[in-house]
Design a protein around this ligand. Structure first.
Ligand code: PHE
Length: 343
């Protein structure tokens, strides 16, 4: 090949490449053109470069310089085209976004308000010396009822008020049968499990889900959370129970919150109270409590002559709603991000 033919080929290539780059309408077309001319293996520039080897010796220098000049021009044409198409590949006027607008904040996931509440409650009770224990959500009748002094004919055991499970594929028709299993209706089950396995003194809380077949409304949901508390020692009394609940409620709801105790009844405590806090112009019950009934102490093998204790069971949702001014419990379980992002 002679020098003249080589230089002509370079000129031709420069023109064609610049024309094709300028004509590319989008980044895909431009990329195809880039590969065609500047592709590292089989680009046309590479082909011409190989022809340089066939030039006569005295023409090599000029041929090489001309080749470099051609390559620079082709690369410049490519850069110009790239700039014209914009870095995203589309021209700014084609783009669906307005790059002059300020950015939007990235939404980062966070813990659910109930989980946040549970952590907060554990923290407060931890400072009062209560340690955290867990218990199963599927329970037997011993832990959910019998050991808690709830007799067989008690309405709390009604199959219509509990989620009894099928055992080995069979629905349990006799709710008093010892093999009956149910989703626990209260966290008081954990009191029994702890006392069965630990000698006194005991000072625990247990937080978790409980289940009752209540139709959902603003204050009821078939699954909710309770915080159970239990303090057993040689001389625990009712005054301490009231102090602990009062301290707890003011720590969580604020020192200006009003609390009252009403006499009540639970099979597993005697005497029993219900605790209310004042919220939005009315009293809201946030839990039940009382001195552990001697029958319960006996059921777990404790001696009621030796130890006494108190227990309480508080509604976690009620507390969370009071603190955050949530007026419908169902909002906590709708998974509506507009709601959840506020916590
Ligand atoms: N388990 C009772 C309930 O669910 C609450 C409670 C717990 C009452 C402990 C007294 C003592 O309503």
């Amino acid at each position: 090949m002679d020098l003249q033919a080589f230089l002509t080929a370079l000129d031709e290539l420069t023109k064609q490449a610049s024309g094709d780059f300028a004509a590319a309408g989008d980044s895909e077309a431009l990329e195809a053109a880039r590969v065609q001319y500047l592709g590292a293996r089989s680009g046309r520039l590479k082909d011409v470069q190989k022809q340089m080897g066939a030039l006569p010796k005295e023409a090599k220098r000029e041929g090489g310089m001309s080749f470099n000049a051609c390559k620079t021009k082709v690369q410049a044409a490519l850069e110009e085209a790239t700039e014209r198409l914009g870095s995203g590949g589309a021209t700014v006027s084609d783009s669906a976004i307005d790059p002059t607008l300020p950015g939007t904040k990235l939404h980062i996931g966070r813990t659910h308000p109930i989980t946040q509440t549970i952590e907060h409650l554990k923290d407060i009770m931890g400072r009062l010396g209560f340690s955290v224990v867990e218990g199963p959500e599927v329970e037997d009748t011993w832990h959910n009822f019998i050991a808690l002094n709830i007799p067989e004919d008690h309405p709390a055991r009604d199959p219509l008020d509990n989620f009894y499970l099928t055992v080995a594929g069979k629905a349990v028709v006799d709710a008093s049968a010892s093999e009956a299993r149910l989703l626990r209706s209260q966290t008081s089950t954990v009191q029994i499990r702890v006392m069965e396995n630990t000698p006194p003194p005991v000072r625990i809380i247990s937080l978790g889900r409980v289940y009752r077949p209540d139709p959902p409304d603003a204050t009821h949901f078939p699954m909710f959370h309770q915080m159970e508390g239990l303090w057993i020692d040689t001389s625990v009394n009712m005054a301490q129970l009231k102090s602990v609940l009062r301290l707890f409620a003011t720590s969580y709801l604020g020192s200006d919150v009003s609390i009252r105790f009403r006499p009540s009844f639970f099979p597993f405590t005697e005497p029993s109270v219900e605790a209310d806090f004042y919220w939005n112009g009315s009293w809201v019950e946030f839990g039940g409590a009382g001195m552990v009934d001697p029958n319960v102490l006996k059921a777990v093998g404790y001696d009621p002559e030796e130890v006494t204790g108190f227990a309480f069971g508080l509604g976690v949702e009620r507390l969370c709603m009071g603190r955050h001014n949530v007026t419908d419990i169902r909002d906590l379980y709708r998974n509506d991000l507009r709601f959840l992002h506020q916590f």
